[in-house]
Design a binder for this molecule. Structure first.
Ligand SMILES: Cc1cc2nc3c(=O)[nH]c(=O)nc-3n(C[C@H](O)[C@H](O)[C@H](O)COP(=O)(O)O)c2cc1C
Length: 330
C-alpha cells in the first residue's frame, strides 16, 4: 500500500479546532497504522477545563483523516484508545482498502471560519438554509430579524459574562495573533485576518481585552459595546443551534461538528461558531427550552450562517507544519 502520509496529515489538520490550537498529533506505528494522540499541553485550561473542546477537535481531525483516506479509495479499522500522560493516545486507524469517496472531501480544501459581517441575505440564501435544515436534523435553524436580534443580545451578554474573568481573557489573548509580526501568526491561534479585524481594530481588541482596560471600560458600560458582535449576528441569514444526544462522546460530536460545517459550505454559505452560547449552562438550557429542543439533547454550539460578501479574500489557512504534528514511534 503506497500512501502519502504527509498529505494525509495535512488533510486531517485542515479540520477546525477550538481557537485553532491544533491539539491532534499523529504517530505512524507501521506503514499502515496511524495513532491519533492529544497533545494535552495545548488545552485551554480556563476556557475548557475538562478538555471537551480538545476531544471535539480531535474528532474533527479524525473525520478529516477518514475523508482523506476515502478520497484515496481507502478506509480503516478503527480502535478507540484510552491513553494518559502529555500525549494521550485517542484512536488508532489500521488503513485498509475499500473506502468510498465522500462528496465532502473536496470542500475540506476551501472550508474556513468566516467572522465578518455577511452579505445581505436573499431568497437563495434562505433556500440554502432550508436545504441544510433538511440534510441536518441536528441543526435547528432560527431565522427572522426578531429571533436574530434576541440571539445577538444573548450572545453579547454571555460573552461579557465569561470575559469578566481575567484568566479567561488572558488565555484568549494568548491565542490571539493581533499583528502579522507575531511569530506564530501563520501557525496557530486566531490571527487578525481570520478574525476579520483591520490593523486598527486588532490593536483595539488587544487593549480592550487587556487586564487594566477591560475592568475600567466595563465599569463605565463601554466594554460590551466594544466587544459586541450583535451587528454580525444580525447580518446572518440565520443561526443554527447545533444539538446532539446528551450521552454522545465529545469525540463523536466533533466528527459531526466537522460534517455539518462542510454541509453548510456545500450549500454555498459560510459560518462562524458562537460556542459561548453553549459554554454557559444557563444560557444553553434557555436556548434549548425556547426552541423546544428535547432534554435528551445537548447544545454543542450555535452557528451564525450567511453568505460571504463579494470580494472577500480568504486569508491563507494558519496551520502548524506537518512535521511538527508527527510523533515518532518508540
Ligand atoms: C469545538 C470548537 C469550538 C469552536 N468555537 C468557536 C467560537 O466560539 N468562535 C469562533 O469564532 N470560532 C470557533 N471555532 C472555530 C475555530 O476557531 C476554527 O476552526 C480555527 O480557528 C481554525 O480556523 P478555520 O476554521 O478557518 O480552519 C470552534 C471550533 C471548534 C472545533
Amino acid at each position: 500500500m503506497n500512501v502519502d502520509l504527509t498529505a494525509l496529515i495535512e488533510a486531517a489538520n485542515r479540520a477546525p479546532s477550538v481557537h485553532n490550537i491544533q491539539p491532534t498529533r499523529f504517530r505512524f506505528d507501521d506503514e499502515r497504522t496511524i495513532t491519533l494522540l492529544e497533545d494535552t499541553s495545548r488545552r485551554l485550561l480556563v476556557g475548557d477545563p475538562e478538555g471537551k473542546d480538545n476531544q471535539k477537535s480531535l474528532g474533527a481531525a479524525f473525520e478529516g483523516l477518514m475523508l482523506a483516506l476515502a478520497a484515496r479509495g481507502l478506509g480503516g479499522e478503527v480502535q478507540k484508545l484510552k491513553g494518559d500522560g502529555d500525549l494521550r493516545e485517542t484512536i488508532c486507524v489500521r488503513i485498509a482498502t475499500g473506502g468510498v469517496s465522500d462528496a465532502f472531501e473536496p470542500i475540506t480544501r476551501t472550508r474556513a471560519s468566516y467572522r465578518g459581517a455577511f452579505a445581505k441575505p436573499n431568497d437563495v440564501d434562505h433556500a440554502a438554509l432550508a436545504q441544510i435544515s433538511e440534510a441536518c436534523p441536528d441543526l435547528h435553524i432560527v431565522e427572522g430579524p426578531d429571533a436574530l436580534q434576541h440571539i445577538a443580545r444573548v450572545f453579547d451578554d454571555a460573552s461579557m459574562e465569561v470575559l469578566r474573568a481575567p484568566a479567561y481573557r488572558a488565555e484568549l489573548l494568548s491565542w490571539m495573533r493581533l499583528s502579522p509580526k507575531h511569530p506564530r501568526y501563520e501557525r496557530d491561534g486566531l490571527n487578525a485576518a481570520h478574525m476579520a479585524l483591520s490593523p486598527i481594530e486588532a490593536l483595539g481588541a488587544g487593549v480592550v481585552l487587556g487586564p487594566k482596560a477591560f475592568p475600567l471600560l466595563d465599569s463605565v458600560g463601554l466594554a460590551e459595546p466594544l466587544i459586541s458582535e450583535s451587528g454580525k449576528v444580525r447580518s446572518a441569514a440565520g443561526v443554527a443551534l447545533f444539538h446532539r444526544p446528551v450521552e454522545e462522546t465529545e469525540f463523536e460530536t466533533g466528527r459531526r461538528f466537522y460534517r455539518v460545517w462542510l454541509e453548510v459550505e456545500r450549500a454555498g454559505l459560510a459560518l462562524c461558531p458562537m460556542s459561548v452560547l453553549a459554554d454557559v449552562p444557563r444560557v444553553a438550557q434557555g436556548l434549548l427550552r425556547e426552541n423546544a429542543i428535547g432534554a435528551d439533547r445537548k447544545l454543542v454550539t450555535a452557528f451564525r450562517i450567511g453568505r460571504r460578501p463579494q470580494g472577500w479574500n480568504q486569508p491563507p489557512r494558519a496551520r502548524l507544519p506537518v512535521d511538527e504534528l508527527i510523533v515518532k514511534a518508540a
